[in-house]
Write a protein that binds this ligand. Structure first.
Ligand code: GAP
Length: 459
């Protein structure tokens, strides 16, 4: 692919223009760092999550799935350390009334003079930095005062630790084995507003891999490699991915070693996923707070131990954002600029668009038949509104790999044109052959496809 032309502004505007992702509560003026996913965004997100499940439980048999509750017993967060330690340092500006992350002032803009950082103008009046807990609090029971305080989970991981014993009982697995979960987490974040990079609610794809303690370092290495490979299989460019190990100060309270998979977003290298060696911290803490034994007893060897945990923890939104940034391209075609998302066909929200070249002469009816032929096999879309050029442009912008056009020749010989999103080449295919031709191209394995540009193809 050519050098990056992408900026965060271009991604934000494309997502809004095509209804993939847009600000939530817009009719009320929006709500901070909260976004909604429209039709294509939902389909893209679902494809990312499906690819993750495929890697976790489709391609291997040492991991089982779980869907635990978002609101857990409040003792969970005492035991996990989140109640005491899951905080960000914040400062308030008494002049503009805004609140800022004390450790990110250099990335933030002053409320009154956006060209300056908070604290840089003579009018700025920042308070001392204070620690704020990131967990959202709510109450169980109809009366707030008499109810008990509970928290929206800030990570899906703790539900897995709470269910460790139950899952061990029915999963018929022994360490090394994993429990995987996808679901929403919530953090009361103050953010500089980098679109969906950091939001108040977000989906995580987390897997806790329980291993004999002496095998933890090698399994950590295993998961570092596996996870980077997964992103490259999604088609993300290898030179936009890197692993970065945390230094001692950066490590979370539970971790003895963490490396982040980072992606080169338009905002610079930033975390896509964290892969931590959590040791026996969580199981030991929950055993202490609950009084339950959370350990593994190996009946064959008579050995009893608390497994160590290796945790690859990824964000759905950050993966979607990386896929969008990585796929975004612009090129000159026919005297104009074409914007195209060159994403892996398996991730594309729509696989094929069926378009009658004009909406008359019986072409829409024939195109509907083609659409009906394909829709059961792949995510297809029928579109007859507007000029054919505009309709192609729309499909290019949502990354649809194939366009099937029904024209007057179709009525004569039963063939349609298949347009390739990346090369712009068109070929004629007989209608009955379409499911096999397109199905074959989409069934290519999860690997980085050769994404040829139309100018390269033409050369
Ligand atoms: N259980 C470990 C854990 O939660 P984390 O590094 O805090 O670790 C894991 O979160 C991943 O979740 C991150 O790498 C990121 O992809 C995603 N994530 C975390 N906070 C987020 C937020 N506020 N908005 C969007 N994604 C977030």
């Amino acid at each position: 692919m050519a050098e990056d032309v992408v900026t965060m502004d271009k991604i934000v505007s494309l997502c809004k223009r095509r209804g993939l992702i847009f600000p939530a509560s817009e009719i009320y003026g929006g709500i901070a760092n909260t976004y909604d996913y429209g039709h294509y965004g939902v389909l893209l997100k679902r494809n990312v999550i499906d690819a993750w499940w495929q890697a976790m439980i489709g391609d291997r048999d040492d991991i089982v799935a779980l869907d635990s509750a978002i609101i857990q017993h409040p003792r969970t967060w005492e035991a996990s350390g989140h109640l005491a330690g899951f905080t960000d340092p914040l400062v308030d500006c008494k002049a503009c009334g805004l609140r800022f992350r004390a450790d990110h002032l250099q990335e933030l803009s002053c409320g009154r003079k956006p060209s300056k950082h908070p604290g840089e103008t003579p009018e700025c009046d920042l308070t001392e930095s204070r620690e704020f807990n990131l967990m959202f609090e709510t109450t169980i029971g109809p009366v707030k005062e008499a109810g008990s305080t509970v928290y929206l989970r800030p990570e899906t991981a703790q539900g897995i630790f709470l269910d460790f014993k139950t899952v061990l009982g029915f999963a018929r697995r022994k360490p090394p084995f994993g429990i995987a979960q996808v679901g929403k987490s919530f953090r009361n974040e103050i953010t500089p507003g980098n679109f969906i990079f950091r939001t108040l609610e977000f989906e995580q794809m987390e897997m806790e891999f329980f291993v004999p303690p002496d095998e933890a370092p090698q399994w950590h290495e295993h998961w570092l490699k596996e996870r980077v490979d997964w992103y490259t299989r999604l088609g993300i460019r290898a030179d936009h991915l890197r692993l970065r190990a945390h230094d001692a100060e950066e490590l979370s309270h539970y971790s003895s070693a963490t490396s982040d998979v980072e992606y080169l977003y338009p905002i610079g290298w930033s975390e896509l996923e964290g892969i931590a060696n959590r040791g026996d911290f969580d199981l030991t803490q929950h055993a202490k707070y609950s009084g339950e034994k959370l350990e593994y007893f190996d009946t064959a060897s008579g050995e009893r131990y608390v497994p160590y945990v290796i945790e690859p923890a990824a964000g759905v939104g950050r993966t979607v954002l990386a896929v969008l940034c990585d796929a975004y391209d612009e090129e000159e075609v026919g005297g104009g600029t074409r914007t195209v998302l060159r994403m892996h066909p398996r991730l594309a929200p729509i696989k094929v668009a069926v378009l009658p070249v004009v909406s008359k002469d019986g072409l829409p009816e024939r195109a509907r038949e083609v659409f009906d032929l394909l829709r059961g096999q792949m995510q297809a879309e029928y579109d007859e509104g507007g000029s054919i050029g505009k309709r192609y442009r729309r499909q290019d912008e949502i990354g649809t790999p194939f366009g099937v056009t029904v024209d007057h020749q179709t009525l004569e010989d039963g063939t349609v044109t298949v347009r390739d999103r990346d090369t712009l080449q068109q070929e004629r295919v007989a209608i009955p052959d379409l499911p096999a031709v397109l199905g074959g191209r989409l069934a290519s394995p999860w690997e980085s496809p050769k994404l040829a540009r139309s100018d390269e193809a033409a050369a």
